[in-house]
Ligand binder design. Structure first.
Ligand SMILES: N[C@@H](CCC(=O)N[C@@H](CS)C(=O)NCC(=O)O)C(=O)O
Length: 203
């Protein structure tokens, strides 16, 4: 298996899951500025990470990749306990991270540059930070008394963790979100997570 990733991007979730699974894989770095190069567009026409190559077949879209890995390695338990309900709970939180939290960062990462006005761009970023804060307040409330988003560690956890990392460096107000902070520290102190971070050149 080959995972195409950019350091610290949402592909870090897949990188962590591969480490948790423990099966052999190769992590191939795609620098941010190389994501639209013809070589990488031939792998993912969207020019986005992650992409997973397995037996000559390429899968894109993070939620699909994470679910595929969970299905390929059911013994990892990362896709739940085998019941429809546990998988649905995991996919609920995966959707929260992938389709609510992740896109909320877009203005912070530059999607509103077309506005051209520095003042308007800054307002769009402030509004995005407030949106992310609101989403994290929900996750924080849910995490009270819980170690993981669902009954057990799953493919949803590293995705939320990755977005928390982004929040830390983009000025999102994380004050008082103590359950979320403890959860992120718990994930971060895991040796497998440390390895994925080190391999991506992150601290
Ligand atoms: N819907 C895609 C979005 C992936 C995505 O946004 N990846 C970012 C990195 S976190 C990226 O490579 N962006 C480059 C681009 O879309 O141009 C997925 O869930 O896999």
């Amino acid at each position: 298996m080959k995972l195409y990733y950019s350091p610290g991007a949402c592909s870090l979730a897949d990188h962590i899951v591969l480490e948790w699974i423990g099966a052999p894989y190769e992590a191939i770095k795609v620098a941010r500025e190389d994501r639209k190069n013809p070589e990488f567009l031939a792998i993912n026409p969207a020019g986005a990470v992650p992409a997973l190559e397995h037996d000559g077949w390429v899968l894109t879209q993070n939620a699909a990749i994470l679910n595929y890995l969970a299905d390929l390695f059911p013994e990892s338990g990362l896709g739940g306990d085998g019941s429809a309900r546990s998988r649905a709970e995991i996919n609920k939180w995966l959707a929260f991270a992938n389709s609510d939290v992740h896109p909320a960062f877009k203005p912070i990462f530059g999607s509103t540059a077309y506005l051209e006005s520095p003042e308007l761009i800054e307002r769009s970023k402030q509004s995005a930070r407030a949106l992310v804060r609101g989403l994290f307040e929900r996750a924080n409330a849910h995490l009270q008394g819980r170690d993981w988003l669902t009954e057990r560690r799953s493919i949803a956890d590293p995705y939320l963790y990755v977005t928390y990392r982004w929040a830390r460096v983009t000025g999102v107000d994380l004050d008082g979100l103590d359950h979320l902070a403890a959860y992120a520290s718990r994930i971060e102190s895991d040796p497998a997570v440390q390895k994925a971070l080190k391999d991506e050149g992150l601290t």
